[in-house]
Write a protein that binds this ligand. Structure first.
Ligand code: 2NL
Length: 344
C-alpha cells in the first residue's frame, strides 16, 4: 500500500529528528518501551518516514543531499534500535535466568527408606506360598454377625467356646461382634462359592483380653480352608509340610498331635521342630488344624455327604515372634523405630 507523501519542510532539521529518536531509543528501559519508540520514530506516521517519502517532491537540486542525509539518519536509528533490542533482550534473559537459579549445594530432602512390619512381611510371604499352590486369598467384614462368627462354626449359643473367647460386642447391636477369628470369611466363601474351594484368609481379629507379653486385644490370624472330594488328614499334613518348608527352610520337620476345636473333627495341633540360637531343639506349636466338621458344611449350604474339607488357623504375631526371637508381643505394637528398624 502506498501512502501519499506529506509536504516536507526542506529546512526540516534531520539532525534533531535523528537525535530525538536516538535519545528515545537509549531511554527505552524494556522491550515494550523500545517497540513504542520504534513505532513513534520510524513508523508510518513518523517524521523520518514522511521526510523520506517526500524527497521526490523536493526541488531537484535538494533531492540528493536531503535524501542522503535522511537515509543516514534512518540507518543510524535502525542500528540504534537493533543494538538496544539486543541489550534489552540480554538483560531480560539474564533476569529470567537469575530468577531460576538452582543452588546445587543445598542439602536434598531426606529420603529414608521404610520397611514392612514383620507381621506384614510374614503375611505377604505366606500369601505368596499359597498363591504358588493355586489358592485364592479372601477377606471379609471385621464387624461380624453372631451366625458367621459363631453359629456357622458349630459354636451354638451356650457353647463354652463362646465364653472362652472374650468377644467385643457392639453396644446397642446385640447381634454384632468384632470377629474373634477369620473363620467367618471362610464361611462367607462357602456360602457364595461352589466347591472345590482352596482359600486363605488373613487379617486382624479382636479379643477382649488383658494385654501382656503374649496377648493383645487385636492381632492377626491367617486361616485356610480346602473343600474338595476325598480330602483327608494326609492331604492336610502333606500340604502343611510343604508350606512349612517353603516358609522356614527345606529341613524343617512338623508333627501332628490331637487337639480340640468346635469346627473340626478330628482336630490337631501342628508343631515344628525348632532349633534355637544355642542349637537346642524343641517342638513348638505352630498352628491348629483339622478336618471340617460336617455341621459346619450344613450351616454353609455345602453337602457333607459329597464334600470333605480341611482347615487350619495360625496367629501371625506368634510365628513372627518365634522367627525373629522376639519375647514380648507388645514390641510389635509400640511403633518404636529402634525396634522396628532392626527388621529392614
Ligand atoms: C488356631 C486354630 C483353626 C480352623 C481354625 C476353620 C474354619 C472353618 C471351618 C473349619 Cl470355616 N475350621 N478354621 C480350623 C482349625 C483350627 O485355628 O489355633 N488358630 C490360631
Amino acid at each position: 500500500m502506498l501512502y501519499p507523501a506529506r509536504p516536507v519542510n526542506p529546512q526540516h532539521d534531520i539532525d534533531s529528528v535523528q537525535s530525538e529518536a536516538l535519545a528515545a531509543i537509549a531511554a527505552a528501559d524494556d522491550l515494550a518501551a523500545l517497540e513504542e519508540a520504534r513505532v513513534r520514530h520510524t513508523g508510518r506516521k513518523s517524521t523520518l518516514t514522511s521526510i523520506l517519502a517526500g524527497i521526490g517532491t523536493l526541488p531537484p537540486q535538494e533531492r540528493g543531499p536531503v535524501g542522503k542525509r535522511a537515509n543516514e539518519a534512518r540507518k543510524a536509528v535502525e542500528a540504534a534500535l537493533a543494538g538496544r533490542q539486543e541489550e534489552l533482550e540480554a538483560r531480560e534473559l539474564g533476569a529470567k535466568l537469575a530468577g531460576e537459579t538452582v543452588d546445587v549445594t543445598l542439602p536434598g530432602d531426606p529420603h529414608t527408606a521404610g520397611a514392612l512390619h514383620i507381621v506384614t512381611q510374614l503375611w505377604e510371604e505366606i500369601e505368596e506360598i499359597f498363591i504358588g499352590m493355586g489358592w485364592q486369598i479372601a477377606d471379609g467384614p471385621h464387624v461380624e454377625d453372631d451366625f458367621h462368627n459363631f453359629t456357622a462354626l458349630n459354636i451354638p449359643e451356650g457353647h463354652p467356646a463362646r465364653a472362652e473367647t472374650d468377644t467385643f460386642f457392639i453396644a446397642g447391636h446385640p447381634n454384632a461382634v468384632l470377629r474373634t477369628h477369620t473363620s467367618p470369611v471362610q464361611v462367607r466363601v462357602m456360602e457364595t462359592q461352589e466347591p472345590p474351594i482352596y482359600v486363605v484368609c488373613p487379617g486382624a481379629v479382636y479379643r477382649n483380653e488383658d494385654i501382656d507379653a503374649t496377648h493383645g486385644a487385636m492381632f492377626h490370624q491367617l486361616e485356610g480352608l480346602a473343600v474338595d472330594e476325598g480330602l483327608s488328614l494326609g492331604h492336610l499334613k502333606g500340604m502343611l509340610q510343604h508350606f512349612v518348608r517353603e516358609l522356614l527352610g527345606p529341613t524343617f520337620e512338623i508333627r501332628l498331635r490331637p487337639d480340640y476345636f468346635p469346627f473340626t473333627e478330628p482336630s490337631v495341633e501342628v508343631d515344628v521342630l525348632w532349633t534355637d540360637r544355642h542349637g537346642r531343639q524343641q517342638w513348638l506349636e505352630l498352628l491348629g488344624a483339622g478336618i471340617v466338621d460336617p455341621n459346619v458344611f450344613e450351616f454353609c449350604g455345602i453337602d457333607p455327604e459329597r464334600w470333605t474339607g480341611f482347615a487350619w488357623g495360625m496367629g501371625l504375631e506368634r510365628v513372627a515372634m518365634l522367627r525373629h526371637g522376639v519375647g514380648d508381643l507388645r514390641l510389635l505394637f509400640d511403633s518404636d523405630l529402634r525396634f522396628l528398624e532392626q527388621f529392614r
